[in-house]
Ligand binder design. Structure first.
Ligand SMILES: Cc1ncc(COP(=O)(O)O)c(C=O)c1O
Length: 588
């Protein structure tokens, strides 16, 4: 008998005994063989999910190149690296340990990515030596550091810039990563800038033809800059549009040729084809007063100020604001190091456990505006835009899991639309799912220990109904093997796994064995009223951020990870032993 969709597809309940099975193996036999507690990972399910994501991305963005990297922080072992790379994925790493595991699995450097807000020189050097597909720059000082290391090694590093697009998404503050007040990335907008200028992206999404070709081909140049000195091309961009070296505003007619208008929002004055274009608003004029918009190509018509639409003006204002932002400054800095750094793109990760494409669409539009602005300032067409991870899974019955095929299709439509409106060629699009690939493939098995009813005078259950008793069921693991409930208040469920149990149920809180009252495994679940010491509980959807966030709190031994598949069960990561703990303690 199949269970509910939150359980791995190959798990079932034996109709005679009520025992839970995984690819035909009972939970009890797995605990007997491999010990308790135990992480199970259905490797067939990981493979299927990895393939599904790669194909969904390729199908959704069928006119672009797509890359999908598995975020190794979700769960990493050599076998997982092999499974996901065979499914066509790259692997994201963000520490020496993750890099070394991925390399030990045989993944070539060109299939690996290095992230991190505080990378060591050794990590950067290893990534460069191994030819990583991208090193994701996370702060303004990093390009110079990476460039110096690359120079010493006599190599060129591929880098991408992580940008905080100002989108707040994800279930919990600690897993929401693109808002202002956090440690990752470089902001898109200058401090204190009015994000309202980005509203033009919604206009463009609704009316892709609202901007004129003049606006979509505009160059933003600093006054006094020689235009040619700003003109560069991304080597990998292959696209004619925007890629032609110096195809821009100098085309055939000397500096400032062609229509050259100041169509910045609100500035009535300055009309006429050759009007100076500067920020219409008085504020910020110091920086922006020196910038002007010029057109990229010669038009078959003279564009007068009256023909420039309100949307064009709003777009110019948005580009001008983005051009003042920290992200664009870092992109320019990377270009200054182009002997040692190859700028491959920009990156945004907005959070985790996000249910639909809406927030991704907002972030993607902002990233495309940055790409457009960088093209306008530096004639550089960024080849790749990485939209990060964060695709949700259901942890409990009734919760939503992201339908990636449907949502990536929505995202692709939005990305195509905005690039069309901006007059930009399609970039390669990348994704970094972690949780979505492995969480639903994992189940943790525990043995039940103490069962303690606690009488309550003023308490309510999840549904808000008054309760007078909660039964605390302690298991032989807890926050040391799954910190997520304690860290984020994450919700899980559980079921009795070794037998059917009584029809009568009781309201239970499953707790761990650690010295913290927040050591909760499942906040609330109804379990058979005849639950007893020695029974086995199974907690589904624990394949991500369980083992990788495990600790030795209270000197607990980190459980083994056993892979189950059609071909049987095998240890992927062995259980820690007391000798492992003692071997770290080198004092006499
Ligand atoms: C940069 C980056 N990419 C991808 C991920 C993976 O997120 P998820 O496992 O929610 O898909 C994370 C998670 O923290 C991340 O920080």
């Amino acid at each position: 008998m199949a269970i509910t969709p939150i359980w791995p597809a190959a798990s079932a309940v034996d109709s005679e005994t009520g025992a839970l099975t995984f690819h035909g193996r009972t939970a009890e036999s797995l605990l007997d063989e491999f010990g308790s507690p135990l992480y199970l990972i259905d490797t067939d399910e990981v493979r299927d999910r990895a393939r599904h994501f790669v194909k969904a991305a390729a199908d959704a963005f069928h006119t672009s190149t797509t890359h999908v990297s598995f975020a190794g922080k979700a769960f990493l072992s050599k076998e997982i690296v092999r499974i996901v790379t065979e499914a066509g994925m790259l692997v994201d790493t963000c520490s020496m340990g993750e890099m070394r595991i991925a390399l030990a699995a045989g993944a070539p450097g060109r299939r690996l990515v290095l992230h991190g807000n505080n990378k060591t020189d050794e990590e950067i050097a290893l990534a460069i030596e191994e030819g990583f597909a991208k090193i994701v720059v996370d702060s303004p000082d990093e390009p110079a550091r990476i460039a110096a290391i690359a120079e010493k090694l006599g190599k060129r590093a591929k880098v991408m810039l992580r940008v905080t697009a100002g989108i707040h998404a994800g279930g919990h503050e600690y897993i929401s990563t693109a808002h202002e007040d956090q440690k990752f990335g470089v902001p898109l907008l200058p401090t204190g800038a009015d994000a309202g200028v980005l509203g033009v992206l919604d206009t463009l999404a609704a009316e892709p033809d609202a901007a004129t070709p003049a606006a979509t081909n505009a160059r933003l140049v600093e006054r006094g800059d020689h235009p040619q000195s700003a003109s560069r091309t991304a080597p990998a961009s292959g696209s004619g549009e925007g890629a032609g070296p110096r195809a821009g505003f100098v085309s055939g007619s000397g500096e400032g040729a062609g229509p050259r208008a100041g169509f910045v929002s609100g500035s009535g004055e300055g009309a006429g084809p050759r009007a100076e274009s500067v920020s219409g608003s008085g504020e910020g004029a110091g920086a922006r007063g020196a910038r002007e918009l010029q057109y990229d190509v010669k038009y078959p018509y003279d564009l007068s100020h009256e023909q420039v639409s309100e949307t064009d003006k709003a777009l110019a204002e948005a580009m001008s604001t983005v051009a003042d932002g920290p992200a664009l400054a870092v992109l320019k800095d990377i270009l200054r190091h182009q002997d040692t750094l190859e700028l491959v793109g920009i990156h945004s990760h907005i959070g985790s456990n996000i249910h639909d494409a809406d927030a991704f669409i907002q972030a993607a539009k902002r990233m495309m505006l940055l790409r457009k602005t960088f093209y306008a300032t530096d004639a550089y067409t960024l080849p790749e835009v990485d939209l990060g991870g964060g695709y949700s899974v259901a942890y409990t019955d009734g919760e939503d899991s992201m339908d990636v095929r449907r949502e990536l299709t929505r995202l692709a439509e939005a990305v195509t639309g905005i690039n069309r409106a901006l007059g930009m060629p399609a970039p390669a699009i990348s994704f970094e799912p972690g949780r979505w690939i492995v969480a639903p493939a994992g189940v943790t098995l525990y043995r039940v220990g103490t069962i303690k009813p606690v009488h309550l005078s003023d308490a309510k259950d999840k549904a808000g109904e008054p309760i007078t008793e909660r039964v605390y069921v302690s298991v032989d693991g807890g926050m040391s093997d799954n910190i997520r409930p304690a860290l984020y208040g994450a919700d899980y469920t559980a079921r009795l796994a070794n037998r059917r149990g009584s029809d009568e149920t009781m309201l239970v809180r499953v707790v761990g064995m650690h010295c913290e009252s927040g050591d909760i495994v499942v906040h609330e679940v109804r379990l058979p009223a005849d639950l007893k010491r020695g029974d086995i509980l199974a907690v589904p959807v624990t394949g991500a951020y369980g083992r990788t966030m495990a600790s030795n709190y209270n000197q607990a031994l980190i459980p083994a990870v056993v892979g189950v598949s059609e071909s049987g069960a095998h240890v992927m990561l062995r259980r820690q032993t007391i000798d492992d703990l003692l071997s770290l303690d080198v004092s006499e």
